[in-house]
Design a protein around this ligand. Structure first.
Ligand code: NAD
Length: 341
């Protein structure tokens, strides 16, 4: 099938071409999909999209008018897609569920270690021949309590790594994952998890029920000086409330690979531009905040699996085969038991 791959970077091309092996006719564009770039897909039956491409009702309508039959997401999150409109227009949406959960979980741990031991600050100090340790004091992870919000594939891997550090594990999810219980994770209500955890790591999908689940109220339940790690989706956190909590010292450290307004910034070189987003700019001023540009998935293994699954999805669609990666509108509202299998 002819496929237009939006938001393409050199690494996407490389891994998709290897996975494709000539099966489909892939065309690549660096353009992000939004209402101004739908025309690029005119007459093409498949678009392949990533996390910051816009697939709202207006964009889907234009794509459908141009002949799109399939949206092949090369990511697991699908909060950027209006699934109801897609179904109404007869556009199938598929995503990647088989990819490396280790990529994201390991990155979350990297943020924890960097924030705790101030490695980001130490790196800069030593480069300026400043070998003082003041301000670099951390704590042992051993014996601390880690709260895992969303105990699916990534949350499970994270829980296993943190168990290896000797941490106690608390979990919150709408479903219990027996594999997590077997690791020693104890399920509690969200507010109890927040009240008891020294580190909270977010791994739930973004949907109406989880939007701003970390807000002024829930932050007030957290331990003073808590560390928050968000490698899931920016919309899980009310960033303005987070900034207030950082200013007051309620929030001790924040590692965020995702940001609720990342869409127009991430995956672009804006170093010659002025960042107009004052909330984002304020975040960058805190010494105890590390912001990265949605890179937690970015390992060779994850790119290989993402590309292979994307090509398999397109091949299944072309052959009229159904598979578990087809998204249904009800999944935008709540996770299904099917997803848990
Ligand atoms: P998953 O579906 O295996 O796990 C998600 C878990 O969240 C499930 O157990 C689900 O029951 C739970 N959940 C759903 N609603 C909830 C709620 N209201 N409260 C608490 N938990 C809830 O998904 P996964 O593969 O572990 O990925 C998790 C998220 O990580 C994805 O949705 C995606 O947004 C994000 N992600 C980020 C990156 C990155 O590069 N930063 C890469 C991949 C995935």
């Amino acid at each position: 099938m002819q496929v237009l791959v939006y938001s393409t970077h050199p690494y996407d091309q490389k891994y998709l071409k290897v996975a494709n092996q000539g099966k489909h006719e892939l065309k690549f564009t660096p353009a992000t999909l939004d209402e101004h770039t739908t025309g690029l897909a005119q007459g093409v039956p498949v678009v392949c999209c990533f996390v910051d491409d816009t697939l709202d009702a207006a964009v889907l309508q234009k794509l459908a008018d141009g002949g799109i039959k399939l949206v092949a997401l090369r990511c697991t999150g699908f909060n950027n897609v209006d699934l109801e409109t897609a179904e109404r227009l007869g556009v199938t949406v598929m995503r990647v569920t088989r990819y490396s959960p280790y990529s994201v979980a390991e990155f979350a741990v990297g943020l924890m270690l960097s924030l705790n031991r101030k490695i980001h600050r130490a790196f800069n100090r030593v480069r300026e021949d400043n070998f003082l340790l003041d301000g670099l004091l951390g704590f042992d992870l051993h014996g601390k309590t880690v709260g895992v919000v969303g105990t699916g594939k990534i949350g499970f891997v994270l829980a296993g790594i943190m168990k290896g550090f000797g941490c106690a594990l608390l979990g919150y999810d709408v479903y219990r994952n027996q594999a997590c219980v077997d690791l020693g994770l104890r399920y509690v209500e969200l507010n109890d998890l927040l009240a008891q955890s020294d580190i909270v790591s977010l791994h739930a999908p973004l949907m109406p029920a989880t939007h701003h689940m970390i807000n002024a109220d829930t932050i007030s339940h957290m331990k003073r000086g808590v560390m928050l790690i968000n490698t899931s989706r920016g919309g899980l956190v009310d960033t303005k409330a987070l900034i207030e909590a950082l200013k007051e010292g309620q929030m001790g450290a924040v590692g965020m690979d995702v940001y609720e307004e990342e869409g127009h910034m991430y995956y672009h070189d804006l170093s010659n531009h002025v960042i107009a987003d004052d909330v984002f700019a304020r975040l960058l001023t805190f010494p105890n905040v590390i912001v990265t540009g949605h890179q937690a998935f970015f390992t060779q293994e994850a790119l290989t699996m993402i590309s292979e699954t994307t090509i398999e999805n397109i091949s299944d669609f072309a052959a009229g085969r159904s598979n578990n990666n087809i998204l249904r509108p009800e999944q935008a509202i709540s996770p299904t038991t099917k997803e848990k299998e």
